[in-house]
Design a protein around this ligand. Structure first.
Ligand code: C2E
Ligand code: CA
Ligand code: CA
Length: 580
């Protein structure tokens, strides 16, 4: 076996012995690089400074050999040591080996058996040590691989479980709260599918890094698999502190990412469970956080704390996406319509179509439970088509039946507007149903149009050219640029119900509501208030000249047959007396 020049430290006080040993080591097929030391001190200094593969110690007598071996072993036990004595006995040999010598040779046997004995002994010792080191490295690497995600280098699912179990055990001894986050990226699948796995991988690495930077050293971030991450906040002060951490992560992830020349935006949904309130073991806490995450996702992102009522629907939530896909195939969606009234004249000015899912087992499900998920999974395009078609068809049927003509308003989600070819869709549905565009309003949220104002300006213009009207929904919650607002071809601003609901108790909300109404009028737009629930609110809105109102005070969303009765004049609006 030829070893690449191994480094040997040769310690010998006699110059004669030294010379012959060096000669025997440096000649022959296996080459050693030999460094000499003539005293124990010199040997100690050299060992402290340099790496050696083995040490050969030629001792003048047994006592010095024993002292030297003991001293050596105390500081350098991992380097193999071979002792050479003029003569030795089996007892001495045993004693020296017990103190740490790896082998004992006599000068005698070295001379009689030429020099190959020492070389062979050293060769074996060094090879042995290399194997031990390699094994140790492999073991460490194996441990790391078994506990870490190869892509992001973050702890994996197993290590997360171990750490959470340990943290829970500590928390039992010294009670303190602990939070678990379940983080799932929004839109990841789409990025992966459209831009390729390389970009997807880079994105996951960057996401892992960003989450890590939002947390303390003592918190743990793990990758669970796919685009799912989990976090342990150990000793988090309270729910608010957990909420702050979640907010920080969402903010960090919302920052655009530039990968390989592509500017990407990913959002995330975070579910939070707290120990001990939501559970005492790993499974319970992860399950609760997962359920809360689904809830957040269904609402379109952000974070949610686990609530016990969510738990009753666990399995159903997990199956929601498949369920939703089936529901679209089977057309399980129905539209309810909520009247919007003209404040001055007190008559119906529009009917807003609001989708509901008629689930075969769960009954009627409201849109805030599935629109977010429909957007995330891309199912919104198919769902949006069904909604628009149903709304236009229904309106046309009422007109054909000779009922009073009232336009219908249809909501478009941000995603549907941005990627769903909205203009083509509207054109084809109007063609198919024969409804005149005069009777169709499209509602788009402020954030949907402000996400990409120049795209929005162009798309809204093309929609407007088809002859329909556009309302900006949930106005006041996004960040509108007035410059764009002026340029958008829109006809209505719908004041978000959060402001309307607070006008009587919060002077700031009252001021914002008045300001939106007056701004709308300055821009030649109609102001519509949604979520009107009390007479006081209605009076408040009437004053600055709010044009239209919608809300439970006036009428709730209702099934088509009720609306039909209303249009026939068989069931008066509760609103009529209120408004007149
Ligand atoms: P939105 O467009 O802001 O619709 C108004 C929501 O407020 C409706 O909830 C309505 O039932 C509710 N509402 C009406 N009057 C009052 C009131 O006086 N007080 C309170 N607290 N709420 C009132 P809904 O039907 O649950 O819809 C929620 C959201 O789901 C809608 O908000 C809309 O963003 C979305 N959505 C509904 N239908 C569709 C649809 O067909 N497509 C899309 N993309 N989104 C839809
Ligand atoms: Ca709306
Ligand atoms: Ca709204």
């Amino acid at each position: 076996m030829t070893l690449p020049s191994a480094r040997i430290l040769l310690v010998s006080t006699s110059s004669g012995g030294m010379a012959s040993l060096v000669g025997s080591l440096t000649s022959g097929p296996s080459r050693f690089e030999v460094t000499r030391a003539t005293s124990a001190k010199e040997a100690g200094d050299l060992l402290a400074e340099q790496q050696f593969d083995a040490v050969v110690f030629e001792a003048p007598d047994t006592a010095i050999a024993l002292d030297g071996v003991r001293l050596f072993h105390r500081f350098h036990s991992s380097v193999p040591l071979v002792v050479i004595l003029a003569e030795s006995t089996p007892e001495v040999e045993i004693e020296l080996k017990r103190e740490g010598a790896r082998d004992v040779l006599t000068s005698m046997c070295l001379t009689c058996d030429s020099d190959s004995v020492l070389r062979r002994v050293l060769g074996h010792l060094i090879e042995n040590r290399r194997l031990v080191r390699e094994l140790e490295r492999a073991r460490q690497l194996g441990l790391h691989l078994a506990h870490h995600d190869t892509l992001t280098g973050l702890p994996n699912r197993q290590l997360f479980r171990t750490r959470l179990r340990e943290a829970l055990a500590r928390a039992r001894r010294h009670p303190r709260p602990l939070a678990v986050f379940f983080i799932d990226l929004d839109r990841f699948k789409k990025i992966n599918d459209t831009l390729g796995h390389n970009i997807g991988d880079l994105l996951l690495i960057e996401v892992g890094r960003r989450i890590r930077t939002c947390l303390r050293e003592t918190d743990l971030v793990a990758r669970r698999g796919g685009d799912e991450f989990t976090v342990i906040l150990d000793g988090v002060a309270n729910g608010q502190a957990a909420a702050r951490a979640a907010g920080k992560i969402l903010e960090a992830l919302a920052e655009p990412l530039v990968l390989d020349g592509n500017t990407l935006r990913v959002g995330a949904s975070i579910g939070i469970s707290l120990a001990p309130a939501d559970g005492h073991d790993v499974e319970a806490l992860v399950r609760c956080a997962d359920i809360a995450m689904y809830r957040a996702k269904a609402r379109g992102g952000g974070f949610e704390f686990f609530l016990p009522e969510m738990g009753q629907r666990t399995i159903k939530w997990i199956d929601l996406e498949n369920d939703l896909r089936r529901a679209i195939d089977r057309s399980e969606f129905v539209l309810h319509y909520q009247p919007i009234l003209n404040v001055e004249r007190g008559n119906l000015s529009c009917l807003e179509a609001l989708v509901r899912w008629q689930h075969p087992e769960r009954g009627l499900i409201f849109p805030d439970e599935f629109i977010g998920l429909a957007e995330e999974s891309g199912l919104i395009t198919a769902l949006g088509e069904q909604v628009l078609l149903m709304a236009c068809k229904q309106n046309k049927e009422w007109q054909n039946a000779g009922l009073p003509i009232v336009p219908v308003a249809v909501n478009f989600s941000a995603k549907q507007f941005q990627v769903g070819r909205p203009v083509d869709l509207v054109r084809s549905v109007l063609d198919e149903t024969g409804l005149s565009p005069d009777f169709l309003d499209i509602e788009l949220t402020e954030s949907a149009v402000m996400a990409d104002p120049s795209f929005a300006t162009e798309t809204l213009r093309r929609m407007r050219d088809l002859g329909l009207r556009i309302a900006i929904d949930d106005f006041g919650t996004g960040h509108s640029s007035l410059a764009y607002l002026k340029r958008f071809p829109i006809t209505k601003l719908k004041i978000d119900k959060a402001f309307v609901g607070a006008v009587m108790r919060d002077p700031k909300d009252a001021a914002i509501t008045r300001a939106i109404i007056s701004m709308a009028h300055n821009l030649q737009l109609k102001a519509v208030a949604e979520g009107v629930e009390t007479r006081e609110q209605l009076e408040f809105l009437r004053h600055p000249g709010c044009d239209e109102v919608q809300g439970y005070l006036l009428a709730r969303p209702q099934a088509p047959q009720h609306i039909e009765n209303l249009l026939r004049g068989e069931s008066p609006l509760t609103a009529a007396p209120v408004l007149n």
